[in-house]
Design a protein. Structure first.
Length: 495
């Protein structure tokens, strides 16, 4: 949800310091002339209705007007990994069929994702088509294969070679031919437009240009495209033809920059030359190599030991969190000016980050470089970043720069449960019940539902935070013990 009241879907990771200029879905709930008519929050009710609640308390319904009854069906809304927002329902009757799609947005993600950043819905040189439930299906063009066979949404590479170094190997007509694909385009890969043009002239222009890998012909115009091909999609409204240049069968391949080719004759020549040169090396050269190797090993060993002292090891490469620089967090906290609280391993400060409508954050500064602080940092970044539940405090990012290690969390405006229940204004029994239920749900998720089961080990009022609506959020996983799926118990030291 943006500050202007629009709820948008974007292709980039959040939080981000970049402007969200590559949105592919927009609720159109911004009113520049009347701010009270703009959106305030996205609401998904128990009856299955999802809407944008405006600041004047009016609703803009996003779900269809007629939906299956929540008394007879479960409802869930999921933002899928491919970027499609889908609303599903499931009958409460036992042994019924699985989840059914009710609606989804955007209507055609292959076309809607059209930004200049990234490859599009599918990887580079890939083609997106609309499958069932408005989900994208990615397929490599003929003559191309996946770079990673396990990633169907990833990049494609040609199984042949296209090179500008074809001297003495024949004319372009002898080396290449075209395959025709209808209503397919890669709109962000143009490097030349020819107009007017015929189909044959369009093909000839690409055939005689070693940088050209495909041409699009439409309405007497020709667009030449080069690697990498981005935003590939099939669109029946294009009324166009794509002519992809492929190598003719029987023509020996050349290496392609960026794509390894084990069959390259040039590579074989270099390998043969290396063998000959190696055989001619004398014993003195061998001694020099051994001396240099020992010297490099010693230098690397000393350097590694120094780096281990300056920067503690942190295995956060696989984390989906945003990585902040220390300078960014110093500026966000105004040099760590406003303290929110103190924990076992550090101090929590209030900060402001330009990451969307909710830009106030809580920044936990780990002030120990001891072994237990390193364990807490690795645990919190790698584990909490993979958890997602309404009763858990969300980890937004981290900083691991030199000796500085900080964690960036959601800001909870109503503080800790301890300050709430022991404050001057006592909570009502309804509030107490809701908070207790929220804590129970969060613990149940940690113990049973998340992929890596977690035991908190330090539940207390100081580690339960309250958001704007006094919803309980569990925080501080510093003493968490991770359990394998088939593990029934664990041991933990008492603080």
């Amino acid at each position: 949800m943006l500050d202007n009241g629009n709820m948008v879907l974007v292709t980039q990771s959040v939080p981000s310091n970049m402007d969200y200029d590559d949105e592919y879905y927009n609720t159109q709930t911004s009113d520049t002339t009347n701010a009270t008519n703009s959106g305030d929050k996205l609401v998904f009710e128990e009856n299955g209705v999802m809407y944008v609640l405006k600041r004047n308390n009016q609703r803009q319904i996003l779900t269809p007007r007629s939906i299956p009854s929540a008394l007879d069906n479960y409802h869930r809304v999921t933002l899928n990994f491919d970027g499609v927002l889908s609303h599903y329902y499931h009958s409460r009757i036992l042994n019924s069929s699985g989840w059914n799609i009710l609606w989804s947005q955007p209507n055609n993600i292959c076309i809607e994702i059209d930004g200049d950043k990234g490859p599009g819905s599918c990887g580079y040189n890939n083609v997106c088509s609309l499958g069932s439930n408005n989900r994208p299906v990615c397929n490599c063009p003929k003559g191309y294969s996946l770079v990673d066979p396990n990633d169907a949404y990833g990049d494609c590479k040609p199984v042949f070679s296209i090179s500008c170094d074809e001297v003495g190997r024949g004319s372009p007509e002898d080396l290449y031919s075209f395959i025709t694909i209808r209503d397919t385009d890669w709109p962000k890969s143009d490097f030349q437009k020819i107009s007017p043009s015929t189909e044959q002239d369009c093909q000839n222009a690409c055939l005689n240009d070693c940088f050209c890998v495909v041409v699009i012909y439409r309405s007497n115009s020709c667009w030449k495209k080069k690697f990498p091909l981005s935003n590939g999609r099939i669109d029946t409204n294009l009324n166009s033809k794509a002519f992809m240049k492929i190598r003719k069968d029987g023509v020996p391949p050349l290496s392609i920059p960026g794509f390894p080719n084990s069959g390259s004759s040039r590579s074989k020549n270099w390998r043969n030359l290396s063998v000959v040169l190696s055989a001619l090396l004398g014993s003195s050269v061998l001694v020099n190599i051994l001396f240099i190797s020992v010297f490099c090993w010693g230098f690397f060993h000393i350097y590694k030991k120094k780096m281990k002292i300056l920067r503690p090891t942190s295995h956060v490469a696989d984390s989906m969190c945003h990585s902040f620089t220390y300078k960014e967090l110093v500026e966000a906290t105004k040099d760590f000016k406003e303290e929110l609280g103190r924990g076992a391993f550090g101090i929590v400060y209030k900060g402001v980050m330009p990451i969307g409508s909710r830009n106030v954050v809580a920044i936990k500064k780990l002030d120990r470089v001891a072994h237990e602080a390193e364990k807490e940092f690795i645990t919190e970044v790698n584990v909490i970043s993979q958890t997602h539940h309404k009763n858990l405090v969300r980890l937004l990012g981290y900083c691991n720069e030199g000796a500085h290690r900080l964690l960036v969390y959601e800001y909870m405006s109503n503080g800790t449960l301890a300050s709430f229940i022991f404050g001057d204004l006592k909570p009502t029994w309804s509030q107490r019940t809701n908070i207790a239920m929220g804590v129970a749900r969060g613990l149940a998720y940690l113990h049973e539902e998340c992929s890596t089961q977690i035991i908190h080990c330090d539940i207390k009022p100081q580690n339960i935070l309250l958001d704007d609506h006094h919803v309980a959020r569990i925080s501080d996983f510093g003493l968490s013990k991770l359990m394998m799926i088939n593990q029934s118990r664990t041991l933990a030291n008492i603080r």
